[in-house]
Each structure stands twice: as structure tokens, then as C-alpha cells.
Design a protein around this ligand. Structure first.
Ligand code: AMP
Ligand code: MN
Ligand code: MN
Length: 326
């Protein structure tokens, strides 16, 4: 890849492009979270206020706990017909475009804007707006909203606050800077409904999810002198607890919270390939470990997809973590 395509676009350049285009598709990643979806909805709502045509593409359905987000009822894996040829596709919160899944039609690079905060983002758009120091893609979007001068109404404020609360783990992770708290307070003044976000995203667990957590904790293995803990979820465990993939979300964070643990891993061995979630307490770079196996993410939270049986996945992840100093 040539060097220019690696560069970031400036805030005014991206805002000018947004003003120039008539229509947009906001694109979220597969297995969506509150950041990818909230960032797209916030920018989509703002662009609608500017009179633009906006659609939301997401391959997977909106998770139950995110259905309260304004405009999420319009999210679909089917794109509207008759989109103009200069429609801009805005990929939110993904380090490469493959994270959008397989259902998008072919899109030429000139119609792609990549908005993200992941380390090692591939800069796959004609315009790339990647701010690695931001806590969420929603706060990256916030810079664009300010540049565009769009009024932040309560719906937009709720979407942005949801991205912050998702990616900071409810203001718990180390990316919760004073600036993040100041912005969050500002969003609450603008009408963001923090209580609703807390209730819907964090306090709304199905009993099945808690049973599955218990089941996964029972299977947990502690290795590397207590610095590493891993577990798995397979089809049988899901069936036994009457749970589904959405109920696995928090398990890896609970594993990480165990005393002395530096890295936790959860192997999701259902739906074909094995999806692995990694979390770090801050010493080991799990983004670097995941990228050794074709995945990515952040220093303290990353993921990858492994093709092969579970024991091979467990061994490969152990080796990647060891190579990163676990
Ligand atoms: P998760 O464990 O699914 O919550 O993901 C944690 C972080 O890793 C998020 O920032 C994801 O975007 C990223 N991530 C998860 N899976 C992958 C993957 N297969 N490839 C690249 N990044 C991933
Ligand atoms: Mn995400
Ligand atoms: Mn994010």
C-alpha cells in the first residue's frame, strides 16, 4: 500500500466531504456493540438534520440491549434501492473493512470514509479519520459534529454517551480520562439519558446470561502462575443455559477481574469458526497478540477469529500471548 493512503484526513477535510455528499450509508461491524452502532447512529442523525439521505447497514440484527438507541429501528442488512452513485459509506469502529461482514455490495474506495479509534487501523478508505487516543468511535464522531456545527440534540447526545459508556466499560477502563468525563457531563446537560444507557446496556441481563457466566467460570483454567485465565463457551453450554451469543459479552471481563490475572481469554466455539476475546490489565498488549493471529483491537481489549479445533485455538493464543511477554 502506498504511503499516502495511510495518512489521516483532517477534520475540515472530512467535514467538507460530508457536506458535499447527498447520501450516506453508516456501516457497523459484525457482532455489533454500543460503539459501532451508537457512532453510526449519532453521525446519521446529524446528517439527517443537515437534510441528507441516510441508511444504516449492519449485517447482524441490533442486539436486544441496544434497541433503545434512537433510529436503531432503521438498521438493516438490506440497503435501500436507488442510492446515488456518490453515496458515501461510513465504516464505524473497525480496523479493516472485512469486519463489516459479507453482505455489502462491492464499494469503490473513493466512496469509503473510515472513522475509527483502533490501533493498527488499515486506513482502507479514501478518507480515513482514525483517532487512536479517543476512547470510542463516538467521541471521534463528536469532533466531526462540532466541525459541522450541527446542534447536538438529546438523541445524538444519548448515542454518543452510549459509545463512551460501552468502550469505557461504564467509566471503569483506563481510557476514562478527565476529558471523557467532562464530555460525558456535557452530553448529560444536552439531554443524554445516562440512566437509560446504564439500565439497558449494563443492568438488563437475562438469567440465561448469568447461568452461562457461571458455566464458563466453572470451566476456567488458570495458567502462567495465575497471570492468565481462559475459558470457553460451546454449543452444548449455550443450549444447557438456553442462552445465545449475545449472552457471552461480559464473560471475558469477569475473567479479567480475577485477582492477579493479567490476561483473560474467552473462546467462543459455536457458529463454526472460534471467536476469541482477549482482555489485559495493562501490562501485556493483547492487540499485538491478536494481530499475530489475524485479529486486532486495542492494547487492553482485542479479538480474533480462529479456524480450527478448540485445543489448537487455545495453544495458538497461548503462544501469541507468550510472544507478547505474558
Ligand atoms: P470483543 O472481545 O469482541 O468485545 O472485541 C474486543 C476488541 O477487539 C474490539 O475493539 C473489536 O473491534 C476487536 N476485535 C474483535 N474481534 C476482532 C477480529 N476478528 N478482528 C479484528 N478485531 C477484532
Ligand atoms: Mn466495536
Ligand atoms: Mn470502539
Amino acid at each position: 500500500m502506498i504511503e499516502e493512503t495511510k495518512m489521516n484526513s483532517t477534520t475540515p477535510e472530512v467535514a467538507a466531504e460530508l457536506r458535499a455528499r447527498p447520501a450516506f450509508v453508516m456501516v457497523s461491524h459484525v457482532k455489533p456493540d454500543g460503539d459501532t452502532l451508537g457512532a453510526g447512529l449519532a453521525l446519521g442523525l446529524a446528517l439527517k438534520r443537515l437534510g441528507k439521505r441516510v441508511a444504516y447497514f449492519q449485517q447482524d440484527p441490533v442486539p436486544r440491549n441496544l434497541r433503545f438507541l434512537p433510529d436503531s429501528q432503521h438498521v438493516s442488512r438490506d440497503l435501500p434501492e436507488n442510492l446515488p452513485p456518490d453515496t458515501l459509506y461510513v465504516f464505524c469502529d473497525m480496523s479493516d473493512s472485512a469486519r463489516a461482514g459479507e453482505f455489502l455490495p462491492p464499494i469503490t474506495r473513493e466512496n469509503v470514509l473510515d472513522v475509527d479509534h483502533h490501533l493498527g487501523n488499515a486506513r482502507f478508505g479514501a478518507l480515513n479519520y482514525v483517532l487512536e487516543t479517543e476512547c470510542s468511535t463516538g467521541t471521534v464522531v463528536m469532533h466531526l459534529l462540532r466541525e459541522l456545527g450541527v446542534p447536538i440534540d438529546r438523541d445524538i447526545a444519548t448515542c454518543i454517551l452510549a459509545t463512551i459508556m460501552t468502550d469505557t466499560g461504564g467509566f471503569m477502563h483506563s481510557n476514562t480520562t478527565p476529558e471523557v468525563l467532562t464530555l460525558s457531563a456535557e452530553l448529560m446537560h444536552l439531554g443524554a439519558n445516562k440512566e437509560q444507557i446504564t439500565e439497558e446496556i449494563f443492568a438488563n441481563k437475562r438469567l440465561a446470561a448469568l447461568k452461562l457466566l457461571g458455566r464458563a467460570l466453572n470451566e476456567a483454567q488458570v495458567e502462567h502462575d495465575g497471570r492468565y485465565i481462559w475459558s470457553y463457551v460451546d454449543e452444548a453450554m449455550l443450549a444447557e443455559c438456553r442462552a445465545d451469543g449475545e449472552d457471552t459479552e461480559e464473560i471475558v471481563n469477569h475473567l479479567r477481574s480475577v485477582e492477579g490475572v493479567e490476561v483473560s481469554a474467552l473462546f467462543k466455539a459455536y457458529d463454526g469458526d472460534i471467536r476469541v476475546s482477549l482482555r489485559s490489565s495493562g501490562r501485556v498488549n493483547v492487540q499485538a497478540a491478536a494481530s499475530r493471529l489475524g485479529g486486532g483491537g486495542h492494547f487492553r481489549a482485542s479479538g480474533l477469529t480462529f479456524v480450527g479445533p478448540l485445543p489448537d485455538a487455545v495453544r495458538a493464543v497461548d503462544e501469541a500471548l507468550a510472544a507478547e511477554g505474558l
